[in-house]
Write a protein that binds this ligand. Sequence first.
Ligand SMILES: [Zn+2]
Length: 329
Amino acid sequence: MLMLSRKLSENRKKKINWIKWDKVCLDRDGGGLGVRRIREFNLSLLGKWSWRLLVDKEGLWFKVLVAKYGMTDGRITRGGRQASLWWQDLCDVRNGIGLSIGRWFENNISRKVRNGEGTLFWKDSWLEGGSLSTRFNRLFELALDKNITVADMYRRGWDAGGEVGTLGVDVMDKWMWRPDPSIGYSVRSAYHLLTHLVPVPMATHNDVIWNKVVPLKVSLFAWRLLNNRLPSKDNLTRRGMHLEDSELCLGGCGVAETIDHLIVGCDMSSSLWIKILKWLGIFGPLPNVVTDHVSQFCNIFPVGKESQIGSQVLWLACCWSIWKERNNR
Ligand SMILES: [Zn+2]
């Protein structure tokens, strides 16, 4: 598990949350680490089984469940306390019970009616707004046949031309997953739905952070660096940490230690950057803010993907070395 808290030697019990969990759980394009939310992911997987309960009634596993728990009104019964935990969880997803996010599964499935044979007029959700039994509860109470299909309702003289104008075609009804009507249920789309991932603007410097050449630990370091979440002295003080020694830079320059100062501003680091530029045969100033610095440094070579990857690796290696050096002091 990724440790985003850092224990300090003086105060081992206190942990600092460096980045909000919500941000960590965003995908990489959104500027996060793409860590999955376990609960929502688990629900998405259970949703897959709930979906299969609807669309795969010929499957052996379906028949086993029917044999074990029995059927009521076309649905496999929940069973009592003896039912397996997996089955109980699955029923909760199917029925939308006991979940803070409510009927997320049921509200996102609907029946696409073609010949109307396989769809229950009252109980299945086949029109906008959920099943007719919940929308018109009192009418449903009066209905004599609560399990009548749409096709039977049609045959009993219910007029064509309305919502079911296409009835009569020889095509089976089928289930639709609203977030993805053409493909059907997928764990991915359900997870997306459950986590309400708001599309955020493309995070900058993602190509640097997730450069494929560098080890993952360097990417994670870069991610913290470019989000200003490394435990520099100013960041520690801002989070209520009492520092035994001073808040000044360890380079002895007399300036307060911030990430910008440490990585690019301090004499110690800027002399390194100047040497690197000289070695590359390039002369000119670099910005003293890390996020500007990376943009400029990684574009110092003529255009070309390989040279850009190379300059990114170089930039990351220098930052990594500066940070290591600082921690050794
Ligand atoms: Zn300094």
